[in-house]
Design a binder for this molecule. Structure first.
Ligand code: TA6
Length: 293
């Protein structure tokens, strides 16, 4: 496919081919493998996403960092323990379907459908498209799921975004105060008693159902705030493994846990979705970076 000006194929980590979108608005990268967004540097700012220095880029394995695509289930499979964590999409190949440039505004669409491998673990025909737009001061990504079969299906989805931070112990996440969440480290106990911003240092793993549309990562060390705004995505998940779990994650490295926070957007747990034959669902996430005064 001929690529428009501003979009090119470059060699990424471990020789992984990446699509690089570059304009006056900044630079972003996404791989055909797993439709995995691996970087975003808006004009005037440093890298916004975290990719672990110990990440592996092997076929069939998830990449630690960037924006893993979680589909068609979130977390462990509800019944089959041997099914891949967070579904199969983040371990599979996508095809570049569209690439467009409108001035400095660049956009690519990567897609995949069901295949023999997916049907072994999830018996539904589907089309999954990940759209990535590099716009002025915004990185926008969409998840488009279409039911191409004759039967309805239920699914969960999330864009599991890893954000680079100075030190997770020095940041806060605002915007979710007093919102109800499921507290995974405490047996998913439901809570809504958090009056202040979320702080980190020990394991934090929270699923906010019917969450507020916008959360903000406040990072005094980097002098920036990252806004995570979503629509068509009822859930937010906030995760950092903390020192104990983090140091045991081989693709994270010894102090990798300190360098990121996940603020994920999607439709998970009680927000999972039913899709009728022929129907399509779109969820959109927009990232913005501002300097802290
Ligand atoms: O989104 C939070 C979470 O479900 C955590 O419980 C943790 O498992 C994290 O995802 C990472 O999962 P992964 O399979 O990428 O190691």
């Amino acid at each position: 496919m001929d690529l428009p000006r501003g979009i090119q194929v470059v060699d990424g980590p471990a020789g992984l081919p990446l699509l690089r979108l570059e304009s006056r608005f900044g630079t972003a990268e996404i791989s055909n493998y797993a439709a995995h967004i691996l970087g975003w540097r808006p004009a005037g700012h440093e890298e916004v996403l975290f990719v672990s220095p110990a990440a592996t880029f092997l076929p069939g394995t998830p990449i630690r960092g960037g924006v893993p695509v979680v589909f068609p289930w979130f977390g462990a499979h509800a019944v089959e323990a041997d099914h891949p964590m967070h579904g199969f999409a983040r371990r599979s190949e996508f095809e570049l379907e569209e690439s467009t440039a409108a001035g400095e505004h660049l956009r690519v669409v990567l897609g995949r459908t069901d295949d023999a491998s997916s049907r072994q673990v999830w018996p539904h025909p589907f089309q999954l498209r990940i759209e990535l737009e590099l716009a002025e001061a915004v990185l926008r990504f969409r998840v488009r799921v279409t039911n191409t079969g004759a039967e309805p299906f239920r699914f969960s989805e999330a864009m599991h975004s890893y954000f680079a931070v100075s030190d997770v112990r020095d940041i806060t996440v605002e915007g979710l105060q007093r919102s109800r969440f499921l507290d995974k480290p405490h047996a998913y106990r439901a809570r809504d008693d958090e009056e202040g911003p979320i702080r980190f240092g020990t394991e934090v793993d929270r699923v906010y159902e019917r969450a507020p549309t916008t959360a903000r990562i406040i990072d005094p060390g980097l002098g920036r705030a990252v806004q995570v705004h979503s629509h068509g995505a009822a859930s937010k998940v906030v995760w950092n493994p903390g020192p104990e779990r983090g140091s045991a994650m081989t693709d994270l490295g010894p102090d990798g846990w300190q360098r990121f926070v996940c603020v994920e957007t999607g439709n998970v747990h009680g927000d999972d979705l039913d899709l009728a034959p022929g129907a399509e669902h779109v969820s959109t996430t927009e990232l913005r970076v501002t300097r802290l005064d």
